[in-house]
Design a protein around this ligand. Structure first.
Ligand code: SF4
Length: 457
């Protein structure tokens, strides 16, 4: 059977789609090149916001004509929304055949072969998918999941309810995987976890693991997402500042700058503690770029609370931010115990204001690169124009330039000639260091596609 996976949501889901495709390929399934060739369509879903779920329900409606044309085709919903809605999903959308939660992917081959409607969404606290090899797209960048689930209880968040408690992949397994990836030509690694810096395996904490991964031969850049401000240690800041192969970039969710709101959200840090981490990162590592997540309009957010967040965005000058108006999620603590009491128009006004502020800041930051020469690791070529290369600077600024003689995996020097609020444009000056050409033959460039991104949490 040929399988197509559409991925919605955060990078954890992107990595899970590769894992699912790996599990299915090991069981005789093949990636489909296009929708009309697929015998199985899996939507790997997100439940973080109501909008994300609504989008997936809309997508399922769009798939109905195809299902009518090919009645034998199986449609599956996997991931967070599958866990969130469980059997209600098949009741609501009767032509969905398979519903599988994030701990049930090993069962997918059997579920698909059974050709009967099935729902499996139980948690399995021991499931780390050891021994399963993700089927990754060809290239030089690879996601490596080092942790599943989350032990925090942020009141607005549904993640612990759909992904379960935190579990960490043994450090030895992670290092073996990274070494194998380096041999296949993957030189840019992103370590993934819901609260990645709470990683622990015996005496290996996240700072130590990050250092070890960054020192694997053949690895040129290591990124990680998303850390929690709690436990963002001096040791970790030191590793980021001193390890040349660790990206000079941190995505550090702030959510609010009001201590009252942070308390209501159960974020377990104060704004002062958050800003201290930002300050230390910038003191120890002058080239660091920091991005964030912000929620406005959470339960009880007064105008004064909001103004603190607005001011913090101006003062802390994030490189970019994912910003949202609070939307209630069933199962979350807030939905059960708090009142979603901020009028929609107030939420939208606050959101529009901070988006405008952040756009101006991002534009200024990106514009400040014009005229500079920066080092960029080449990650691929533009699909629209194969003469254009795409890569990222050491501080994770996406950069587009004429490809010249460079290849994915090379470090190149680029002179920046233009910028938007999200991208740098420039001219290739020289190749600084040749990369290892990707040798992976089994990688796929079909079978997995992406819906709109959502942040990790
Ligand atoms: S927001 Fe992040 S840290 Fe908080 S409960 Fe959700 S996943 Fe965990």
């Amino acid at each position: 059977m040929k399988v197509l996976i559409e991925t919605y949501g955060c990078q954890m889901n992107t990595a899970d789609s590769e894992l699912i495709m790996g599990i299915l390929a090991a069981n005789g399934f093949e990636p489909a090149h296009a929708m009309d060739e697929a015998d199985v369509i899996l939507l790997n879903t997100c439940a973080v916001r109501e909008k994300a779920e609504a989008r997936i329900l809309g997508r399922l409606t769009n798939l109905l004509p195809l299902k009518r044309l090919k009645p034998g085709m199986l449609i599956g919903v996997v991931g967070c929304m599958a866990k969130h809605l469980g059997h209600r999903l098949i009741e609501q959308v009767p032509y969905v055949d398979i519903v599988a939660g994030p701990d049930q992917y090993r069962n997918l081959p059997d579920m698909l072969r059974a050709h009967a409607a099935q729902t499996r969404v139980d948690f399995d606290r021991s499931e780390l998918y050891s021994g399963c090899s993700p089927l990754r797209p060809k290239g030089v960048t690879a996601w490596v999941t080092i942790q599943r689930g989350c032990n925090y209880v942020c009141t607005y968040c549904i993640v612990p309810h759909v992904r379960g408690a935190e579990r960490n992949v043994p450090a030895a397994e992670i290092l073996d995987e990274v070494r194998a990836l380096a041999k296949q030509g993957f030189s840019v690694i992103t370590l993934l976890g819901q609260t990645v810096n709470s990683y622990i395996d015996g005496d290996v904490n996240f700072a130590k693991l990050l250092r070890m991964v960054a020192r694997v031969e053949g690895i040129e850049q290591v990124r990680f997402t998303s850390p929690h401000p709690c436990g963002f240690s001096d040791e970790l800041i030191d590793v980021i500042a001193t390890e040349p192969h660790v990206a000079k970039f941190v995505h550090l969710p702030m959510q609010s700058a009001s201590d009252a709101q942070l308390k209501a959200m159960k974020r377990v840090y104060t704004f002062e503690e958050y800003s201290n981490i930002v300050r230390k990162l910038r003191t120890k590592c002058s080239e660091i770029a920091i991005s964030t997540d912000v929620i406005v309009g959470f339960c009880g957010e007064s105008e004064e609370d909001y103004q603190k967040t607005r001011q913090a965005m101006i003062d802390l000058r994030f490189a970019f931010a994912f910003m949202f108006a609070y939307s209630e999620r069933s199962l979350s603590i807030a939905a059960r115990t708090m009142k979603d009491d901020i009028p929609a128009e107030v939420k939208q006004r606050r959101l529009a204001e901070i988006i405008a502020i952040q756009q101006d800041i991002s534009k200024e930051i990106y514009a400040s690169y014009v005229g500079r020469r920066v080092e960029v690791i080449v990650e691929g070529f533009s699909r629209r124009d194969s003469m254009q290369a795409m890569g990222n600077t050491r501080d994770f600024k996406t950069t587009i330039f004429e490809r010249g003689e460079c290849e994915p995996g090379d470090w190149v020097e680029v002179e920046i000639t233009g910028a938007t609020s999200q991208t740098l444009k420039g001219n290739l000056v020289r190749i600084v260091k040749k990369g290892t050409a990707p040798t992976i033959e089994t990688g796929i460039d079909v079978g997995i596609s992406c819906g709109p991104a959502e942040p990790v949490a």
